[in-house]
Write a protein that binds this ligand. Structure first.
Ligand SMILES: [Zn+2]
Length: 522
């Protein structure tokens, strides 16, 4: 076959199918007589569809993760070859590359386990798959992508098909004994553990997922429960306590948990204390579910009761559950401080995936500084009214005994919020509300002290930003409530000694102390 030496001589292929794979493309040998690769040229806009198609290989269904990524900016090169990259990504079959099986060398583990839409969490077992390819967005033609296939077959170093129905080891009596735990199930099970759901419930759900694949089978259930228990144990053994009262112990903790800290600023005369925590697993989830999607901040947890309030950053997983992907502990909401940790968080995601970006940032506090978000993430900001709504609803129910009155007050509050789009005078509406329900003194006291002084700010925020969807708001609220319930349960029972939470996030409530417990999975 002829060897092509210039990209310009390779035709651009744009298959009509919605998703396509290497089998749908014609491959050209590109390079020199001594060294050449199989390449194909496609529109850059269709790279995702190619990867989806490549994952749906009937003989070896898989996912591909980014093993390496590089990027350079436009204009940074004066001279360049026709195949020079603007963006470079090496995709590897997620059944590899570690564990080459008998006789094969073992590659060192990479620093991060990567995920995006098409890059699943690593499969349960590494099978040493060598299938991999490179996608280069061309420097000279950014609308084109050059795909370089280094190994198209899903084989290990010994040359055997190493996963899928054709894998010899996956056929036969042994294979039936092992329930196939897909990456999706793993992700969901880990999410539940991160959300602090008790182990019994995690197990129940996990078995339910597994049975969907394997049918109901006693062995499968036993193995599944062992798996969940093992995860629980790993988490238990690897949790660390952080006592925020003691500067020295914080420094030690930070030193010991470097891998899970994306930002740390010690208290000094000029700077306040800031601690940003993100485990590698959380980083993966942020990269995977945050990319071209939303990030939300549950920003005011413990603002009244904790010495150091906790801000949680959330992404929404495939079931639209809010997943905590980073925690920031600090009292400072000043612009320069927020800007520092946001930038650090973004840099961390970009170190894994240089093209990582989000489509929107959801805030839930009208007092939140907007500029740092805009500067770091360069994306639209959405506002979630769950806190306003939740606080009003809770207090109406708690402070007014008559159901009719409750309903009426809540309705009127809603009208005030919606009036901002109708051009009504909110201050008049507020005055009327206060007059009409003057006999509801308990509620009015709460409303006047908590909301009247800042209602202008809240309403103007609601008016300025698009509102987050009800699903997103519901998910943020559910996370917040779960966190709170856990803390109250714990604090009532003398939390310090209770390690049997099996939960991951553990804040010790109280005005002076804040205990933080996170899982550190490596
Ligand atoms: Zn493979």
């Amino acid at each position: 076959m002829e060897i092509v030496e210039s990209i310009l001589d390779i035709p651009v292929q744009d298959p009509p199918e919605e998703e396509f794979s290497s089998a749908d493309l014609i491959w050209t040998k590109f390079g020199t007589a001594e060294h050449h690769d199989d390449v194909a040229l496609i529109p850059y806009a269709r790279v995702d569809e190619f990867i989806i198609g490549e994952c749906s290989n009937v003989e070896c269904p898989t996912r591909f993760h980014i093993e390496r990524g590089r990027k350079r900016s436009m204009g940074s090169l004066k001279e360049y070859k026709s195949d020079e990259y603007l963006e470079y990504r090496l995709y590897w079959c997620s059944f590899g590359p570690e564990n080459y099986g008998e006789g094969g060398g073992v590659l060192p583990s990479r620093r991060y386990r990567l995920n995006t839409r098409n890059r699943a969490a690593r499969p349960q077992s590494m099978r040493g798959c060598t299938c991999h390819f490179v996608v280069k967005r061309l420097y000279a033609h950014p609308t084109l992508a050059l795909i370089i296939f280094n190994e198209r077959r899903h084989i290990n170093k010994s040359g055997f098909v190493c996963h899928g129905p054709l894998d010899k080891d996956a056929i036969g009596p042994g294979a039936k004994k092992i329930p196939y735990i897909s990456s999706e199930i793993q992700q969901q099970t880990m999410s539940m553990i991160y959300l602090g759901i008790p182990e019994e419930n995690v197990l129940e759900k996990h078995i339910e997922y597994v049975q969907r694949y394997c049918g109901s089978d006693a062995t499968a259930s036993t193995l599944a429960s062992q798996y969940v228990r093992k995860l629980g144990m790993i988490i238990k053994r690897s949790t660390h306590e952080l006592d925020l009262d003691d500067q020295a112990s914080i420094r030690m903790w930070v030193e010991r948990n470097k891998k899970s800290i994306f930002f740390y600023q010690d208290t000094s005369e000029t700077d306040p204390f800031i601690l940003g925590i993100q485990t590698e697993w959380q980083l993966q989830q942020m990269v995977r579910f945050g990319h071209r999607s939303l990030i939300a901040a549950d920003s005011t947890f413990g603002i009244k009761r904790l010495k150091y309030p906790l801000c949680t950053l959330l992404v929404f997983d495939s079931r639209q559950h809010a997943l905590p992907v980073a925690w920031v502990i600090t009292r400072s909401v000043a612009k320069p401080d927020v800007a520092k940790w946001m930038k650090a968080l973004l840099d961390r995601a970009r170190s894994v995936d240089p093209g990582w970006k989000i489509n929107g940032f959801v805030i839930d506090d009208a007092a939140m500084e907007i500029d740092p978000i805009r500067d770091a993430f360069c994306c639209p900001i959405l506002f979630s009214i769950w806190r306003v709504r939740g606080s009003w609803l809770r207090n109406v129910v708690k402070k007014c005994s008559n159901i009719e009155v409750q309903r009426e007050i809540f309705k009127r509050l809603g009208e005030i919020v919606y009036s901002i789009w109708g051009g009504l005078d909110t201050s008049v509406a507020l005055e009327e509300l206060i007059l009409d329900f003057v006999d509801q003194s308990a509620f009015m006291e709460y409303f006047k002290s908590t909301w009247v002084p800042k209602i202008e700010m809240w309403l103007s925020t609601i008016k300025t930003f698009p509102l987050a969807s009800q699903e997103a708001s519901g998910a943020i609220e559910a996370y917040h409530v779960k966190l709170k319930t856990k803390l109250f349960d714990d604090s009532h029972l003398g939390a310090l000694q209770r390690v049997d939470w099996k939960n991951t996030l553990h804040l010790h409530l109280g005005t002076e102390r804040c205990k933080f417990r996170i899982p550190l999975l490596h």
